[in-house]
Design a protein around this ligand. Structure first.
Ligand SMILES: [Zn+2]
Length: 382
């Protein structure tokens, strides 16, 4: 990608792939694949594995019980001394079976709608097309495409596979949607906690003094927990769900809250966890239990990632578009790989809007340039 001629050729080759890209993307979106249904997710995985086979991709299926299988697909020469680039995708979606009825695949005014199209079936197909473009242009480099089956529920089984593959790779590209038009070079980490209070029940009229209200205790704890928020450090704590009590004339025996914590700085993860583990009841007659912990560590913008982004920005300019970087409070599988110190560029997938929402769509005009960017990055990153 030294000359603009190459960029032009890359764009032209990618452009020829657009009709088959769209055809396959439609087929893939029509295979509904909610995280909770292993067989459905496997059906989507099999589609992609079949297409990868046409590009001489070697498929390794990591079998799972509770979730769909995790597919590791290797492209390029086995004899190459070059370290692979790891591309992270997932084929599970947040959408239950039957969503296609209310949110059908449709193309309208340059937008393509459908469940999971943006998050992230379009991205997965972009990666496959980028590999095909390299193949056509006679460029070989080892690429590992890892397709997870349970990203939308926190990647419980694929995480160790992701981490193992990241350690042998020179860089990681994540196929999550772009942040509007920008790549994501930093993401907050996520921790989830459940705080349960057990109080002492009694009749609020007859035996008021004997009761110890779990609801009152929880209210005090929520004040304290919410105080862990430190906006100057990008640390936010949200008690998003509360439950407790049975009737207004009963001093509540039980109450609980579910808490979502977002952490920008790696150093804050352990500190916040300690704050939760050390919570003590205000009323000693109440019992407090904390479960949960850090799910995804923060993806900090490290020097290796900054270098990768600079390269992407330069290539995008050659391809004819401007590229920015952004940070987000949402997590992805890129959090795991960045935390290991492997340069990670996220948001390399489709451009669109409405992930997890009824208006989920991709913007068609960005498919070719973004796929060409992906191909050029695969070709040029060491
Ligand atoms: Zn996603």
């Amino acid at each position: 990608m030294k000359s603009t001629m190459n960029a032009k050729r890359m764009l032209e080759t990618t452009q020829t792939k657009l009709p088959s890209y769209l055809e396959r993307l439609e087929a893939l979106v029509r295979v509904e694949s909610p995280s909770e249904d292993p067989a459905a997710v496997n059906a989507a995985q099999e589609r992609v594995a079949g297409w990868a086979g046409e590009l001489e991709g070697k498929v390794k299926r990591h079998r799972q019980k509770k979730f769909g299988d995790v597919y590791e697909i290797r492209f390029g020469s086995r004899r190459s001394k070059q370290r692979p680039i790891l591309i992270l995708g997932h084929l599970d979606t947040v959408w239950p079976h039957g969503t296609l009825k209310t949110m059908p695949w449709r193309s309208q005014e340059g937008k393509i709608f459908g469940p999971g199209v943006l998050d992230m079936k379009a991205g997965v197909m972009m990666a496959l097309t980028a590999v095909e473009v390299l193949h056509d242009m006679g460029m070989e480099r080892p690429v590992t495409l890892l397709l997870n089956s349970e990203e939308e529920v926190g990647s419980p089984v694929s995480r160790p596979i992701t981490e193992r593959l990241a350690k042998e790779s020179s860089a990681v590209f994540v196929l999550e949607p772009a942040q509007v038009l920008a790549l994501k070079t930093a993401r907050k980490g996520i921790a989830n906690y459940r705080v349960e209070i057990t109080g002492v029940a009694s009749h609020s009229g007859v035996d008021f003094e004997r009761g110890h209200s779990a609801v009152l205790e929880l209210a005090r704890q929520i004040e304290r927990i919410s105080g862990f928020t430190d906006l100057s450090r990008g640390l936010t704590v949200n008690c998003g769900v509360i439950a407790g009590g049975t009737r207004s004339n009963v001093i509540a025996a039980e109450a609980c809250t579910e808490v979502d914590v977002r952490i920008a700085r790696a150093g804050d993860a352990a500190r916040v966890d300690r704050l939760f583990q050390r919570l003590k009841p205000f009323d000693p007659a109440c019992r407090l239990t904390v479960t949960g912990g850090v799910n995804r560590p923060p993806m900090e913008r490290k020097p290796g990632t900054a270098v990768l982004f600079k390269q992407a920005k330069r290539i995008a300019a050659e391809l004819g578009f401007a590229l920015d970087e952004a940070s987000t409070g949402g997590g992805s599988d890129g959090n795991f790989t960045a935390a290991l110190g492997v340069p990670t560029l996220d948001g390399m997938g489709a451009v669109g809007a409405g992930a997890h929402a009824a208006h989920e769509h991709i913007v068609a005009e960005h498919i070719v340039p973004r796929t060409a960017l992906l191909a050029a990055m695969l070709a040029t990153v060491e």
